[in-house]
Design a binder for this molecule. Sequence first.
Ligand SMILES: *Cc1c(COP(=O)(O)O)cnc(C)c1O
Length: 369
Amino acid sequence: MIPYLPLNEINAQYEPQLSQSLHHVVERGWYIMGREVELFEQEYAQYIGCKHCIGCGNGYDALWLIFQAYKQMGILHDGDEVLVPANTFIASVLAITHNRLHPVFVDPSPTSYLMEHKQIKGAVTKKTKAVLLVHLYGQNSFSDDIKKLCDENGILIIEDNAQAHGAIYNGARTGSLGHAAAHSFYPGKNLGALGDAGAVTTDDTALAQQIEQLHNYGSSEKYVHRMQGVNSRLDELQAAALRVKLRHLDADNNRRRAIATEYINRISNPLVTTPTVQEASAHVFHIFPLMCRQRDALQKHLTDAGIQTQIHYPIPPHRQECYKEHATLHLPIAERLALHELSLPCHPLLSNDDADKIIDAVNNFTILT
Ligand SMILES: *Cc1c(COP(=O)(O)O)cnc(C)c1O
């Protein structure tokens, strides 16, 4: 079987440094908000190209903290509209609604599957106060046109960079392009921890200070609480693992790109569409999505050929039971993606042999009529 993402083998690449680093944390005896977190925050801020990085519990919390901080600063208010791509993972939307903000689902571009300038322009109203740019599948969705439109209308740009660590736009990394960005280090992400972990990056010092307190019980001085904060901290153990893996992120992303480029160049089955990529060298291919009208049959064909695949995502947020108040929305691209999308294995350890097998198996797929 060619697994979709063999995390044990992927993490074995970083040994013995990974285990040594974790062992040092155990020996040091300081497990929350210590030296590893401080160094990771500095190193990741520098990698992304931002002044500030605040580690937190997970990617959802990073998003929640950004919206909550803007509310506490009086910049966002209950009921403000936030544009969000309709084909994103549910966490992007939950962070909006849990802050009593109003999500406006935007159908993505039918070719890039991203919410681009055109879609944003069509959705902006006087009530729009923020856009959540999701760099879905590992591809940047920011553009100078979007920035201009948002600046002219006083709209905040928040990035969901959970899937795009290392992606680039005009020489700058995603996560440094908007007002603030949320990063997830869920184990399966391009930069993955050994459990839950996340971070916020921003150049805005006031926002960073707000989040510094908010994520640690509303406190910057022990036992002094200026606001009703939450507990969402990055652990020392996770930070230690992330520091080891960050050093390999660019090389890992390059390997993902090489595999994705083979897929794009050599998958030629007319039943299947490979993704439109703005610029392969800027994309980090967290996910390699194929589109196929006979998606379920293709998935079965690949499983029978010993290839594990996944679907991102089978039910869009507006069709989830938890958002039944949005169920009457008609968002044809997001709905079509949910029916036709299939993700091929695309990770740094995938061999050329396995990539060849995957390409052959996709090209051999036929439908019996
Ligand atoms: C993974 C992911 C998240 C949430 O990250 P967690 O660390 O699992 O909370 C948010 N947005 C997107 C687009 C994701 O892929």
